[in-house]
Design a protein around this ligand. Structure first.
Ligand code: SR1
Ligand code: MG
Length: 405
């Protein structure tokens, strides 16, 4: 095997052909002429679609030794390909229906070959077009509750869990989140990215000591609370959907962290889309209908997530000392409060930090976009400041409704 080399389309074809002809993989028949093109539009990696003469296809995802969205000036570990493949395998063993299937992994070439989900859509693209997915809440809740529970202290022995924490130690990718999510937006930083018309709002955030205290608590919890194996980047670009199917992709930021982080990030992205619709759907009734759908999706996701977690704790906990109902209720209240805080932080960092979302950036009218950005900042701030008042999901819903217009 050759040393690592960043692929182009021909190298991707050659690599897959060798796997097929040497019978290491069988996703294509031997002797087929293959074609490939690169279409990655994410922040970090190369992504190729490789197709045979019968139109069968797979996805080859290769990590670059730097962050693609910034360039070679931002070196980044190739180990993220291992983390991504191993999280997909771990989560896929627990929840195969909602996890993208890994067909092959190469540590040397920092690449994973995955099932092609091109028959589905990326959730963010679909939501920017106001499409509805009635099963999304159920699917995301099931994925997060099951992968969360079966990688937690409720289920694993302490020794097995500690071995997994070590296996999934992901310092460089965690550092990105620690910086972009929890640090940059709250200080003046060259990576921050916002229009000058938002300067007053940004100044207010960066001078708000109560807010900075809550962000410090959220960051400390992210740094040192290995509750479960997180996906680590549960935004709407990491989810493929259609009416009946949901598949999680891209867990290269996976590590053992606080359970509230993934569900909070997911809900934060639904709220970013909720706010952005003011710049996309002009008709008031149509906009309200879609926003109502998003709000139902948020409520249903959290309710089902909590219900499934409580049921899993009740029926599958292996450590008797963690089994009391009172502890389950205490535990889930803390998960909710964490989730509300992380949700608020996602709103703020996607508005003024380095990595934005197309939900907002695609609003063509400057004033409309600015109005949405002010709303996401205000909403994010209120969620962070009031997270600890959310003693139950009803309190979270009341908080949301009081802040949304
Ligand atoms: C440099 S990476 C920027 C963002 O993209 C990823 O998907 C993560 O969300 C990260 O924060
Ligand atoms: Mg990604």
């Amino acid at each position: 095997m050759t040393n690592y080399v960043a692929f182009n389309a021909q190298r991707a074809i050659d690599y897959v052909s060798t796997l097929i002809e040497s019978k290491q993989c069988n996703f294509f028949d031997s002797g087929q002429t293959l074609s490939a093109y690169e279409f990655g539009d994410g922040n970090l990696n190369l992504v190729f679609r490789i197709t045979d003469e019968q139109n069968n296809s797979v996805i080859l995802k290769q990590a670059l030794p730097y962050a693609r969205c910034v360039g070679e000036s931002w070196p980044l570990t190739l180990d993220r390909a291992r983390i991504e493949a191993q999280v997909l395998l771990n989560h896929g063993a627990i929840c195969p229906t909602y996890t993208a299937n890994v067909l092959h992994y190469s540590e040397m070439q920092a690449l994973t070959i995955l099932e092609d989900l091109g028959n589905l859509q990326i959730l963010r693209t679909a939501q920017n077009n106001a499409e509805q997915f009635p099963k999304l809440a159920q699917h995301v809740a099931t994925y997060l509750s099951h992968t969360g529970f079966y990688n937690s202290d409720f289920y694993l022995t302490a020794q097995t869990k500690k071995a997994l924490v070590s296996q999934f130690t992901n310092p460089e990718l965690c550092q990105i989140t620690e910086d972009l999510f929890f640090s940059d937006p709250y200080i003046e930083h060259e990576r921050n990215n916002y229009p000058k018309q938002l300067q007053n709002e940004v100044d207010a955030i960066q001078k708000n000591n109560a807010l900075k205290l809550e962000i410090a608590k959220l960051k400390a919890n992210f740094l040192s609370n290995p509750q479960t194996l997180l996906h680590g980047d549960m935004h709407s670009g990491s989810i493929f959907v259609d009416c009946n199917n949901t598949k999680m992709i891209d867990p290269e930021f996976g590590f053992f962290g606080p359970i509230g982080f993934d569900i909070g990030s997911f809900i934060g992205n639904l709220l970013l889309n909720y706010c952005a619709q003011a710049g996309h759907i002009d008709d008031f009734v149509a906009r309200r209908n879609y926003q109502t759908h998003l709000l139902s999706c948020i409520v249903d996701t959290y309710s089902l997530f909590e219900q499934q977690w409580l049921e899993l704790i009740r029926t599958k906990t292996t450590d008797e000392s963690l089994a009391p109902v009172s502890y389950a209720q205490y535990f889930m209240k803390n998960v909710l409060q964490d989730a509300v805080g992380y949700c608020g932080a996602e709103l703020i960092r996607r508005t003024i930090g380095l990595a934005h979302v197309s939900d907002i950036d695609s609003i063509s009218d400057d004033n409309a976009r600015l109005t949405v950005q002010k709303q996401t900042l205000a909403l994010g701030e209120q969620l962070i400041l009031n997270a600890q008042t959310c003693n139950n999901k009803e309190a979270f819903l009341s908080l949301l409704i009081s802040q949304l217009n």
